[in-house]
Design a protein around this ligand. Structure first.
Ligand code: PMP
Length: 411
């Protein structure tokens, strides 16, 4: 197993970036928030392999933080995108793919009677709130404490540059705790437009928490009782957990859903899906963007949805995720190291006992990145359907070293 050492081009780019990009980099992909050894700049990707600008190769378990679901450069998605790129992308109107994609989603997603397209997850969560407010004529929105719903001024986790005004209609509850939801409803004086919630608790830096079906059903009942919309933020989980809305297996359908990341296997698109009774209100709000109607991402999304179905991708991700989880458990046990693995297997999260300062997980990931496994110490990982048994075994060969180092350093 070779050790990735060369980072010359990455260092040069980082030094140039610091002069022309505030802080050198911003947002969730900022490598300066990661332990040493992570590259900032990437060159290419194919299947589950990625290469940084210095040519170091990694097995990718972050999948671009979610968008890559079939593997990088999936041939059917690329064919569809290139075909459309050669015809035109950003034009005076959308292509036929807009209607085809909306029809596909209407067929696949149970609660979906109509679709609005945008570009980013934040667009779609924000549009959901606007539609819920237009319908209910209420302002308040209930959200789970600590949940991430995007980087708009009403929801960005770092409040610098935002006003109190922009948050005054957000009321918090605790995920999986219906009493706290009732308290939040009580506090909001019957002025609730929506309850916004993610399919499971996937806050970064914390062990993940699957949804209690009683909680999901309880939210549905409460929304019905108070005339508020139930909005599912499926931006991160959409099409990784279920071929349809993520709470369909629980029998809970939202009124509105926000989607983005995996819909087009890396091409930029966001989606809002909604129930019939909200169609009128969805047409009353004004939302748009210069690039929202671009044809390439819509063609790529049609091809992605087809490939996900044809290739039985969700069970492939589950199988690979299960293999990884079992392998990590076995390794930890062999070293007598206490770990927790939380979240669905296809969106794994690993933490160590007595590691509130993240020293152990940082060392674990540093050793992994050196040897060619791209993991993240504080964010859930993502498995794609291109990860084969042999790829996961390669990752496990690498994590064996990571566990060894934890064993040596924290005895
Ligand atoms: N909601 C959730 C659950 C997300 O994970 C994200 C992105 N990480 C967003 C919303 C915002 O999406 P975007 O970054 O595309 O605006």
């Amino acid at each position: 197993m070779s050790i990735n050492k060369n980072n010359k081009k990455d260092s040069i780019l980082k030094n140039r970036a610091i002069k022309v990009i505030p802080g050198g980099m911003y947002g969730h992909q900022n490598s300066s928030n990661l332990p040493d050894g992570y590259p900032q700049f990437m060159e290419s990707g194919k299947g589950c392999k990625i290469w940084d600008v210095d040519g170091n190769e990694y097995i990718d378990l972050m999948c671009s933080y979610g968008p890559i679901i079939l593997g990088h450069c999936h041939h059917k998605v690329e064919e569809a995108a290139v075909r459309q790129q050669n015809l035109g992308d950003c034009q005076n109107g959308p292509s036929k793919h807009m209607v085809e994609l909306a029809e596909k989603l209407e067929n696949i997603v149970k609660h979906c009677n109509w679709v609005i397209f945008a570009k980013n997850g934040t667009d779609s969560t924000t549009i959901c709130l606007m539609i819920a407010r237009a319908a209910s004529k209420n302002d308040k929105v209930l959200v789970a404490k600590g949940a991430y719903h995007g980087s708009n001024t009403w929801c960005t986790p770092i409040k610098t540059g935002t006003t109190l005004e922009e948050r005054k209609n957000i009321v918090e509850f605790i995920f999986n705790d219906l009493d706290s939801v009732d308290e939040a409803i009580h506090k909001s004086n019957n002025q609730i437009a929506a309850i916004l919630v993610s399919p499971f608790r996937h806050d970064s830096g914390f062990d993940q928490e699957l949804v209690d079906p009683i909680f999901a059903k309880g939210l549905r009942e409460r929304c019905d009782a108070i005339g508020a919309a139930l909005i599912l933020d499926d931006v991160r989980c959409g099409f990784r957990l279920n071929y349809g809305s993520s709470w369909e297996p629980l029998g809970v359908l939202p009124d509105l859903s926000a989607w983005s990341k995996a819909i087009a296997n890396g091409y930029p698109i966001a989606v809002v899906t909604g129930k019939e009774y909200l169609r009128k209100h969805a047409s009353e709000i004004y939302v748009t963007g210069s690039f929202w109607f671009s044809a390439v991402a819509m063609a790529a999304a049609c091809a992605t949805l087809e490939a996900l179905y044809q290739e039985n991708s969700i069970s492939k991700m589950e199988k690979a995720g299960r293999l990884l989880r079992d392998g990590l458990s076995q390794q930890a046990e062999n070293y007598g190291i206490k770990i927790k693995q939380t979240g669905p297997v296809q969106m794994p999260y690993l933490s160590f006992e007595n590691d509130s300062d993240y020293h152990k997980i940082n060392l674990f990931c540093t050793e992994a990145i050196k040897r060619g496994a791209f993991l993240h110490p504080k964010h859930n990982w993502f498995v794609s359907s291109s990860h084969t048994e042999s790829d996961i075994n390669d990752v496990l060969r690498i994590t064996e070293y990571s566990f060894q180092r934890i064993y040596e350093n924290f005895r």
